[in-house]
Design a protein around this ligand. Structure first.
Ligand code: TYC
Length: 122
């Protein structure tokens, strides 16, 4: 009759050469993890009111650089005129920065003091 040993061997098992002691010889356990990719941070282009830039110029800028139809552009322009500022659109950072450059460039070229900036949403 054979009996199994009830006490562990006094020496730890000798690892097989070239294989770590904890390696079970080929079994692979993969942890299931859902990968979460954060959406890019968005930036809003904000236009500021002033007393000198013509309303018509602002409307055209909103149509040209922010793809607004004339009706929407007029509403945004009036909101800026009444509230002091307004959001023209929301974009990824580089695109928002380009919009600001385009507006400032067009305003400068036309000799108007129109100001706008981009800022992170929230
Ligand atoms: N307040 C300007 C005017 O009365 C019009 C204006 C609107 C200017 C919006 C800038 O971002 C602006 N002529």
């Amino acid at each position: 009759m054979k009996f199994m040993a009830t006490t562990p061997p006094s020496q730890p098992p000798v690892p097989t050469p070239g294989r770590p002691a904890s390696d079970d010889g080929g079994s692979v356990v993969l942890e299931r993890r859902t990968q979460r990719v954060e959406p890019p941070k968005m930036y809003q282009v904000v236009m500021l009111n002033d007393d000198y830039t013509p309303m018509e110029f602002v409307i055209v800028v909103l149509q040209e650089f922010f793809s607004k139809d004339r009706e929407t552009a007029t509403q945004i322009m009036l909101k800026i005129h009444l509230d002091g500022k307004g959001v023209c659109g929301v974009y990824p950072r580089d695109i928002a920065a380009t919009k600001v450059e385009q507006v400032l460039g067009a305003a400068h070229k036309a000799g108007h003091p129109l100001q706008c900036l981009s800022e992170p949403v929230e």
